[in-house]
Write a protein that binds this ligand. Sequence first.
Ligand code: ARG
Length: 259
Amino acid sequence: MKKSKKLFLVGALFTSVSLLLSGCGEGDSDGASGDGEKYVVATDATYAPMEYMDDSGKIVGIDIDIVDAIAEEAGIEIEYKNYGWEPLFSAVQNGEVDFAVSSITITDERKETFDFSDPYYFANQLILVPEDSDVKSFDDLKDKKVSVQINTTGHEAVKDLLGNTSSSIVATETMPLAISEMINGNADAAVGDNAVINEYKKNNPDVKLKVIEDDSFEKEYYGLMMKKGNDELAEKLNEAIQSLKDSGKLEEITGFKVE
Ligand code: ARG
């Protein structure tokens, strides 16, 4: 009696493990290694208005509208997955997803590891500070504590100013967290992409904040990021981006022209 119960349990365990394994296999086959029709796309949906979750938990935003338009143009299907900022880089690199959309700036350093589509959006860094702050320029942050989303171009800019290992840099997992650090007084300023900083200020009129612009920030271009050497996908995405530029559809979504 005892023995047969044990055997049953072992059997049940075996079945569930194999079910689990076959489940994984399936995920892979309609995912990154796909049939050329459906593409799995990683994002960090904490970045309103670019990519975020609406009240029903759906991933939405300007970036999502752009990729949806690209997909329609290219005749492909997209499934979005919310990976978070840092994990999305490894998800692309190890082929777990086909590409990533996440307001990702095309940089020389990233190009060593990833391929990018042609640019579809441009941006620059902005500084967000409490309304009564004396900060007037990026240079004024030299002796301040600054919060950023980790491993973003904003983080790089602040490292250039304060030093790579400066303890005055508060680097958080998401941009909303970086902004909270500043509001809570753990940092004097937050630095991040313009669309997101402006959106935060707009959506939180009760928090007394001001936005500081500085011409010394470089112009940044967003691209879709994929694994190196995926030329076929890059070509497909670039063709679609070009048609959206030519037809004026991209400008309709972004509100400005991207050459
Ligand atoms: N454009 C910046 C960068 O590429 C920040 C992007 C952050 N995106 C996000 N969804 N959190 O580094």
